[in-house]
Ligand binder design. Sequence first.
Ligand SMILES: Nc1ncnc2c1ncn2[C@@H]1O[C@H](COP(=O)(O)OP(=O)(O)OP(=O)(O)O)[C@@H](O)[C@H]1O
Length: 243
Amino acid sequence: MKALLEVENLHTKIGQFSILQGVSLSVCEHTIHVLLGRNGAGKTTTLRTMMGYLRPVPGIIRFEDQELTGIATFRIARYGIGYMPEDHNLFANLTVEENLLLSLPKQDTHVRSQIAKMLDLFPDLRVAWRRPAGTLSGGQRQMLALASVLVSKPRLLLVDEPSKGLSPRFVERIGDALEQLRSETTIVLVEQNFYLAKRIGDYVTVLDEGHTVYSGEMQSFAASDELQKRYLGLQTDKKGGAK
Ligand SMILES: Nc1ncnc2c1ncn2[C@@H]1O[C@H](COP(=O)(O)OP(=O)(O)OP(=O)(O)O)[C@@H](O)[C@H]1O
Protein backbone atom coordinates (compact mmCIF):
# COMPACT_ATOMS: atom_id res chain seq x y z
CA MET A 1 0.00 0.00 0.00
CA LYS A 2 1.37 3.44 -0.92
CA ALA A 3 2.03 5.75 2.01
CA LEU A 4 0.11 9.02 2.30
CA LEU A 5 2.71 10.42 4.69
CA GLU A 6 6.41 9.54 4.81
CA VAL A 7 8.57 10.83 7.61
CA GLU A 8 12.27 10.09 7.33
CA ASN A 9 15.00 10.52 9.89
CA LEU A 10 13.69 13.65 11.63
CA HIS A 11 16.19 15.50 13.79
CA THR A 12 14.61 18.40 15.64
CA LYS A 13 16.21 20.76 18.11
CA ILE A 14 14.41 22.97 20.59
CA GLY A 15 16.85 25.68 21.56
CA GLN A 16 20.15 23.88 22.09
CA PHE A 17 18.45 20.57 22.98
CA SER A 18 18.37 17.76 20.44
CA ILE A 19 14.86 16.38 20.99
CA LEU A 20 14.30 14.21 17.91
CA GLN A 21 17.32 12.25 16.73
CA GLY A 22 16.01 9.92 14.07
CA VAL A 23 12.21 9.64 13.88
CA SER A 24 10.81 7.81 10.86
CA LEU A 25 7.34 6.53 10.09
CA SER A 26 5.21 5.69 7.12
CA VAL A 27 1.45 6.23 7.25
CA CYS A 28 -0.95 4.50 4.84
CA GLU A 29 -4.20 6.12 3.73
CA HIS A 30 -7.35 5.35 5.76
CA THR A 31 -5.48 3.89 8.68
CA ILE A 32 -5.02 4.90 12.29
CA HIS A 33 -1.30 5.04 13.04
CA VAL A 34 -0.55 5.31 16.75
CA LEU A 35 2.59 6.93 18.16
CA LEU A 36 3.50 5.36 21.47
CA GLY A 37 6.38 5.94 23.86
CA ARG A 38 7.21 6.87 27.42
CA ASN A 39 6.78 10.42 28.72
CA GLY A 40 9.24 12.73 27.01
CA ALA A 41 9.97 10.28 24.15
CA GLY A 42 9.27 12.97 21.54
CA LYS A 43 5.71 12.19 20.37
CA THR A 44 4.36 15.74 20.62
CA THR A 45 7.56 17.13 19.11
CA THR A 46 7.09 14.77 16.16
CA LEU A 47 3.57 16.08 15.51
CA ARG A 48 4.74 19.69 15.92
CA THR A 49 7.58 19.08 13.48
CA MET A 50 5.19 17.53 10.93
CA MET A 51 2.95 20.56 11.29
CA GLY A 52 5.81 22.98 10.59
CA TYR A 53 6.09 24.56 14.05
CA LEU A 54 9.62 23.18 14.30
CA ARG A 55 12.07 22.65 11.48
CA PRO A 56 13.90 19.32 11.23
CA VAL A 57 17.57 19.41 10.26
CA PRO A 58 18.04 16.94 8.75
CA GLY A 59 14.78 15.15 8.03
CA ILE A 60 12.15 14.74 5.33
CA ILE A 61 8.36 14.97 5.57
CA ARG A 62 6.46 13.99 2.44
CA PHE A 63 2.67 14.16 2.07
CA GLU A 64 1.61 12.35 -1.09
CA ASP A 65 4.29 13.59 -3.46
CA GLN A 66 4.62 17.01 -1.84
CA GLU A 67 7.64 17.70 0.33
CA LEU A 68 6.50 19.59 3.44
CA THR A 69 9.85 20.05 5.13
CA GLY A 70 10.48 23.72 5.88
CA ILE A 71 7.02 24.87 4.72
CA ALA A 72 5.04 27.32 6.88
CA THR A 73 2.33 25.84 9.12
CA PHE A 74 -0.57 27.61 7.38
CA ARG A 75 0.53 26.17 4.03
CA ILE A 76 0.77 22.69 5.54
CA ALA A 77 -2.79 23.12 6.80
CA ARG A 78 -3.87 24.09 3.27
CA TYR A 79 -2.61 20.76 1.97
CA GLY A 80 -5.31 19.20 4.10
CA ILE A 81 -3.49 18.40 7.33
CA GLY A 82 -5.41 19.07 10.55
CA TYR A 83 -3.82 19.19 13.99
CA MET A 84 -5.45 18.82 17.39
CA PRO A 85 -2.79 19.72 19.97
CA GLU A 86 -2.95 18.47 23.53
CA ASP A 87 -3.63 21.97 24.89
CA HIS A 88 -6.18 22.91 22.25
CA ASN A 89 -7.38 26.48 22.08
CA LEU A 90 -11.14 26.74 22.21
CA PHE A 91 -12.83 30.09 22.68
CA ALA A 92 -14.03 29.68 26.25
CA ASN A 93 -16.61 32.49 26.09
CA LEU A 94 -18.11 31.36 22.80
CA THR A 95 -20.74 28.64 22.54
CA VAL A 96 -20.18 25.23 21.00
CA GLU A 97 -22.01 26.42 17.89
CA GLU A 98 -19.90 29.59 17.61
CA ASN A 99 -16.65 27.67 18.07
CA LEU A 100 -17.60 25.30 15.26
CA LEU A 101 -18.76 28.07 12.92
CA LEU A 102 -15.48 29.93 13.44
CA SER A 103 -13.53 26.82 12.51
CA LEU A 104 -15.33 26.28 9.21
CA PRO A 105 -13.33 27.32 6.17
CA LYS A 106 -14.76 30.57 4.70
CA GLN A 107 -15.37 29.01 1.30
CA ASP A 108 -17.37 26.07 2.71
CA THR A 109 -20.87 26.21 1.28
CA HIS A 110 -22.10 23.13 3.11
CA VAL A 111 -22.19 24.64 6.59
CA ARG A 112 -25.35 22.88 7.71
CA SER A 113 -24.36 19.45 6.51
CA GLN A 114 -20.87 19.77 7.99
CA ILE A 115 -22.26 20.82 11.38
CA ALA A 116 -24.88 18.04 11.26
CA LYS A 117 -22.13 15.55 10.55
CA MET A 118 -20.15 16.68 13.60
CA LEU A 119 -23.22 16.36 15.78
CA ASP A 120 -23.83 12.83 14.50
CA LEU A 121 -20.24 11.97 15.30
CA PHE A 122 -20.33 13.63 18.74
CA PRO A 123 -23.92 13.52 20.02
CA ASP A 124 -22.70 14.87 23.39
CA LEU A 125 -22.24 18.24 21.71
CA ARG A 126 -25.96 18.49 20.91
CA VAL A 127 -26.95 18.95 24.53
CA ALA A 128 -24.25 21.57 25.02
CA TRP A 129 -24.94 23.37 21.74
CA ARG A 130 -25.69 26.80 23.23
CA ARG A 131 -23.30 26.60 26.16
CA PRO A 132 -19.98 28.47 26.32
CA ALA A 133 -17.04 26.14 25.69
CA GLY A 134 -15.57 27.16 29.05
CA THR A 135 -18.47 25.45 30.86
CA LEU A 136 -18.12 22.06 29.13
CA SER A 137 -16.85 18.90 30.79
CA GLY A 138 -13.37 17.66 29.85
CA GLY A 139 -14.86 15.05 27.53
CA GLN A 140 -17.15 17.53 25.79
CA ARG A 141 -14.23 19.94 25.35
CA GLN A 142 -12.14 17.22 23.69
CA MET A 143 -15.03 16.41 21.36
CA LEU A 144 -15.48 20.07 20.45
CA ALA A 145 -11.73 20.42 19.85
CA LEU A 146 -11.77 17.38 17.54
CA ALA A 147 -14.91 18.58 15.75
CA SER A 148 -13.32 22.02 15.26
CA VAL A 149 -10.44 20.41 13.36
CA LEU A 150 -12.68 17.98 11.48
CA VAL A 151 -15.05 20.58 10.03
CA SER A 152 -12.32 21.58 7.60
CA LYS A 153 -12.30 17.95 6.31
CA PRO A 154 -8.59 17.20 6.70
CA ARG A 155 -7.12 14.40 4.61
CA LEU A 156 -4.67 13.73 7.40
CA LEU A 157 -5.49 14.31 11.06
CA LEU A 158 -2.77 14.62 13.71
CA VAL A 159 -4.25 14.13 17.19
CA ASP A 160 -2.36 14.52 20.45
CA GLU A 161 -3.68 12.51 23.41
CA PRO A 162 -7.43 13.02 22.94
CA SER A 163 -8.19 10.69 25.86
CA LYS A 164 -6.01 12.46 28.41
CA GLY A 165 -7.77 12.95 31.75
CA LEU A 166 -11.11 11.58 30.51
CA SER A 167 -13.38 9.06 32.22
CA PRO A 168 -13.53 5.58 30.61
CA ARG A 169 -16.98 6.43 29.17
CA PHE A 170 -15.61 9.43 27.25
CA VAL A 171 -12.48 7.54 26.22
CA GLU A 172 -14.78 4.94 24.61
CA ARG A 173 -16.75 7.61 22.77
CA ILE A 174 -13.66 9.39 21.47
CA GLY A 175 -12.39 5.98 20.32
CA ASP A 176 -15.69 5.26 18.55
CA ALA A 177 -15.54 8.60 16.75
CA LEU A 178 -11.94 8.11 15.61
CA GLU A 179 -12.80 4.63 14.33
CA GLN A 180 -15.70 6.01 12.31
CA LEU A 181 -13.40 8.62 10.79
CA ARG A 182 -11.01 6.06 9.38
CA SER A 183 -13.12 5.63 6.24
CA GLU A 184 -12.84 9.31 5.31
CA THR A 185 -9.48 10.42 6.63
CA THR A 186 -6.13 9.15 7.86
CA ILE A 187 -5.10 9.57 11.48
CA VAL A 188 -1.79 9.85 13.32
CA LEU A 189 -2.67 9.49 16.97
CA VAL A 190 -0.45 10.13 19.99
CA GLU A 191 -1.96 8.07 22.77
CA GLN A 192 -0.77 7.03 26.24
CA ASN A 193 -3.85 4.90 26.89
CA PHE A 194 -2.68 1.56 25.56
CA TYR A 195 -6.15 -0.01 25.74
CA LEU A 196 -7.51 2.65 23.41
CA ALA A 197 -4.41 2.51 21.19
CA LYS A 198 -4.68 -1.23 20.62
CA ARG A 199 -8.44 -1.11 20.20
CA ILE A 200 -8.44 1.36 17.31
CA GLY A 201 -4.87 1.39 15.95
CA ASP A 202 -3.92 -0.30 12.67
CA TYR A 203 -0.21 0.47 12.88
CA VAL A 204 2.09 1.53 15.67
CA THR A 205 5.37 3.39 15.86
CA VAL A 206 7.17 3.47 19.20
CA LEU A 207 9.52 6.34 20.03
CA ASP A 208 12.19 6.30 22.70
CA GLU A 209 14.49 9.22 23.50
CA GLY A 210 13.73 10.88 20.18
CA HIS A 211 14.27 7.78 18.03
CA THR A 212 11.93 5.40 16.26
CA VAL A 213 12.60 2.07 17.94
CA TYR A 214 9.71 0.00 16.55
CA SER A 215 7.18 0.17 13.71
CA GLY A 216 4.69 -2.45 12.70
CA GLU A 217 1.10 -3.65 12.69
CA MET A 218 -0.79 -2.99 15.90
CA GLN A 219 -2.25 -6.48 15.90
CA SER A 220 1.18 -8.09 16.25
CA PHE A 221 2.33 -5.52 18.80
CA ALA A 222 -0.83 -5.91 20.90
CA ALA A 223 -0.48 -9.69 20.85
CA SER A 224 3.10 -9.67 22.10
CA ASP A 225 3.77 -9.17 25.82
CA GLU A 226 7.45 -9.33 24.97
CA LEU A 227 7.29 -6.36 22.54
CA GLN A 228 5.18 -4.29 24.97
CA LYS A 229 7.59 -5.00 27.79
CA ARG A 230 10.64 -4.26 25.71
CA TYR A 231 9.42 -1.03 24.11
CA LEU A 232 6.93 0.39 26.58
CA GLY A 233 8.02 -1.19 29.84
CA LEU A 234 4.50 -2.59 30.28
CA GLN A 235 4.15 -5.45 32.73
CA THR A 236 1.77 -8.30 32.08
CA ASP A 237 -0.82 -9.02 34.75
CA LYS A 238 -1.97 -12.51 35.73
CA LYS A 239 -4.81 -12.47 33.23
CA GLY A 240 -2.37 -11.84 30.40
CA GLY A 241 -3.24 -8.18 29.73
CA ALA A 242 -0.77 -5.30 29.74
CA LYS A 243 -1.15 -2.75 32.48
N1 LIG B 1 10.12 23.98 24.72
C1 LIG B 1 10.94 23.02 25.14
N2 LIG B 1 12.16 23.31 25.62
C2 LIG B 1 13.02 22.36 26.06
N3 LIG B 1 12.71 21.03 26.04
C3 LIG B 1 11.51 20.69 25.58
C4 LIG B 1 10.56 21.65 25.10
N4 LIG B 1 9.45 20.98 24.69
C5 LIG B 1 9.69 19.67 24.91
N5 LIG B 1 10.91 19.50 25.43
C6 LIG B 1 11.54 18.23 25.83
O1 LIG B 1 11.53 17.38 24.70
C7 LIG B 1 11.32 16.03 25.09
C8 LIG B 1 10.19 15.45 24.28
O2 LIG B 1 8.98 16.13 24.63
P1 LIG B 1 7.60 15.72 23.96
O3 LIG B 1 6.56 16.61 24.55
O4 LIG B 1 7.74 15.69 22.50
O5 LIG B 1 7.44 14.23 24.49
P2 LIG B 1 6.17 13.30 24.52
O6 LIG B 1 6.62 11.96 24.06
O7 LIG B 1 5.04 13.94 23.79
O8 LIG B 1 5.88 13.26 26.08
P3 LIG B 1 4.51 13.34 26.91
O9 LIG B 1 3.86 12.05 26.72
O10 LIG B 1 5.02 13.56 28.31
O11 LIG B 1 3.74 14.51 26.36
C9 LIG B 1 11.06 16.05 26.60
O12 LIG B 1 12.26 15.70 27.26
C10 LIG B 1 10.70 17.49 26.87
O13 LIG B 1 11.11 17.87 28.16
